[in-house]
Design a protein. Structure first.
Ligand code: SF4
Lengths: 316, 304
């Protein structure tokens, strides 16, 4: 029987507009000066991230965070990502998002160095009962390891799943935006190490201008670029992103909210429920009070107690 | 998926100690609130109220101990109450965890005094003019005390649920009704514990037991209504975290043990209610309440 050679069906490659680099065409990426009383943060241009993880390494080195979990290096099997998520010991996490056709002929990589967003309205700071989480003079959000008692409520209150327990200190930990470096006028370690200027550090106002210019530049080439974390999101994220796909593609919430938004409603519903419960209880016991003086036959009482006449006497 | 939420990778590790604590604190709070209600109807020294006074304090002590041990740094438990850098009180009314810490501190003060009052009422000792003939409960001051303590008890019953709703975990953040459900579970399990004590003991008169059984059945019905409302309020994406595996089984178990079974057994305090049946109804309510806490605390954490 002769073998029929069918042509291989190839899917058309995903067409993506070329992304201009920030260094050749884009705006300036040079370090920007900052002052102590200024709001500072990160602007991360995900289009120029090359997934080198220099930021992760620099962060771990500077902050003396363990590089392996429990002394064991583990492979996740998920693209080039073995960090998997931000945690108490991983304060930077480079995400690798593979958008390929099933036959992997066409497609693109999306890479994004994730970090604490240092939200202007920070859920973690709001939730922390001990005052361990503070807002610094740089408008950044820092967890004081010597105050935190590890109740772990901040872990559940961060809309971006940033905080975890650091097994070394047994306290909740996350990026401090290199608070110690800021105090002596240095650039945070990750931004310093980033070779492509994907992570830029500086005063928020200057960073936003840069981001807007870059978005305009990309949109002019037909790319779907936008800034994630403008002022309408939790008062503005002091660590914001330039993205080229939907937030959910990067594992970010589309519309993050403060956890306290639910608290008000929760208390109200709780009070309402308690009132209904109290009224139902009162109804049950009130009937008793009205019956109080009436004679009763206590059928299920032991024989020797049956002669008692009122409930009061029964009780006594 | 709720657009405000994402799947979680970092666990809060609120596990057996937490749902056990919520269950125990709920029983204590519910029992004390029931005693407060009885106080309003002139029964502040009745055997049921006294059983509640004796039960609340030890249970709250156990609950507080569980909360402390569950911290990652238990030796720093007092940071919940004092700002260690300034030694000023640490109180954040917008944080349910902060409110809860203060409630767990304040409520046992009331519970302790009522506990001592119950012991004095039994003639175990006297403290000056605080003696068997002049106890706090049963007096007009006792009514004020019971009311304040009862309100704090309801706060203790509610806060843990509000705390879960005020989070970013799918399944908790999807509904604002967890506090409402938890407070009625607290009332139901508190009454259930009193039913068990009253049903097994011989001190409570049948009419009083029937009243308690009637109140408990009302709580059961209200609890089931709220459970259904809670599941509906979750929406499909929020409900998905509970309606699988052991959590679905726990919810079904809760509906049977804390819903159908006590209604059938207690029958709104029917005339021929036997003490043993009342105790059995109380036991099923307690078990069902435990399953409910387990499902609600653990379901969302398993879906990180
Ligand atoms: S991203 Fe999370 S941890 Fe960072 S400031 Fe916002 S709420 Fe806090």
């Amino acid at each position: 029987m002769s073998q029929v050679n069918l042509p291989v069906q190839q899917q058309a490659p995903v067409q993506q507009p070329p992304i201009p680099s920030t260094t050749t065409v884009g705006g300036p990426t040079a370090p920007i000066d900052y002052r102590r009383d200024q709001a500072v943060g990160f602007y991360t241009d995900t289009t120029v991230c090359i997934g080198c993880k220099a930021c992760e390494v620099a962060c771990k080195e500077w902050n003396q965070l363990p590089a392996t979990r429990g002394g064991e290096a583990s492979l996740s099997g998920d693209s080039y990502d073995n960090t998997v998520a931000l945690s108490g010991t991983d304060w930077r996490h480079v995400k690798f998002i593979e958008q390929f056709n099933p036959d992997r002929v066409g497609g693109r990589w999306l890479m994004m160095s994730d970090v604490c967003k240092h939200c202007v309205q920070a859920g973690c700071l709001e939730a922390c009962p001990t005052g361990a989480i503070i807002r610094t003079e740089f408008d950044t959000v820092v967890i004081q390891a010597d105050v935190c008692n590890g109740c772990r409520y901040c872990i559940s209150a961060c809309p971006f799943d940033v905080i975890g327990i650091n097994e070394v200190t047994n306290t909740a930990q996350k990026c401090t935006l290199c608070y110690d470096r800021l105090q002596v006028g240095m650039t945070p370690a990750c931004a310093q190490a980033c070779p492509t200027a994907s992570i830029q550090f500086g005063p928020i106002t200057s960073l936003r201008e840069r981001a807007d210019a870059r978005v305009a530049q990309l949109q002019a080439t037909g790319a779907q670029a936008y800034v994630y974390g403008k002022e309408d999101m939790l008062g503005g994220l002091n660590s914001f992103y330039l993205l080229v796909d939907k937030p959910s593609v990067y594992g970010l919430p589309e519309n993050p909210q403060l956890p306290s938004k639910q608290a008000g409603l929760g208390w109200l519903a709780g009070m309402g429920s308690a009132v209904v419960g109290g009224l139902l209880g009162a109804l049950s016991f009130r009937k008793h009070r009205m019956d109080e003086r009436r004679p009763v036959v206590a059928e299920s009482l032991p024989r020797d107690r049956r002669e008692v006449e009122t409930r009061d006497e029964v009780r006594r | 998926m709720n657009p405000a939420l994402i799947e979680r990778a970092n666990a809060v590790h609120w596990e057996w100690m937490v749902y056990l604590e919520m269950w125990i604190a709920g029983i204590a709070a519910g029992a004390y609130a029931t005693a407060a209600l009885l106080e309003w109807f002139g029964q502040g020294r009745s055997p049921i109220a006294r059983a509640a006074h004796l039960l609340t304090m030890p249970l709250m002590a156990l609950a507080a101990l569980l909360l402390i041990v569950d911290l990652s740094r238990p030796e720093r438990f007092f940071h919940m109450i004092v700002q260690v850098k300034t030694w000023l009180p640490s109180f954040k009314p917008w944080s349910p965890m902060s409110i809860g810490s203060w409630l767990v501190l304040a409520f046992p003060v009331f519970a302790f005094v009522s506990f001592v009052d119950a012991l004095i009422d039994r003639g175990m000792f006297r403290l000056g003019s605080w003696r068997r003939e002049r106890t706090l409960h049963g007096s007009s001051l006792g009514r004020i005390w019971a009311t304040l303590g009862g309100l704090l008890a309801l706060g203790v019953g509610t806060y843990s649920g509000v705390l879960l709703s005020a989070s970013e975990f799918p399944g908790w953040a999807d509904s604002s009704l967890i506090g409402a459900l938890f407070v009625v579970t607290a009332l139901a399990t508190g009454m259930a514990a009193l039913l068990v004590i009253s049903g097994l003991g011989r001190a409570v008169a049948p009419p009083d037991l029937r009243d308690l059984a009637r109140a408990a059945t009302f709580m059961v019905v209200w609890q089931m209504v709220l459970l259904v409302m809670f599941v509906i309020s979750l929406g499909p994406s929020g409900a998905r975290v509970y309606l699988t595996g052991p959590y679905l089984l726990a919810l079904i178990g809760a509906a049977i043990l804390a819903g159908i079974a006590p209604i059938a057994l207690l029958r709104f305090g029917a005339t021929r209610l036997r003490p043993a049946t009342a105790a059995l109804g109380g036991i099923t309510m307690l078990l069902g309440g435990f399953l409910l806490r387990y499902a609600i605390v653990m379901g969302p954490q398993a879906h990180g």
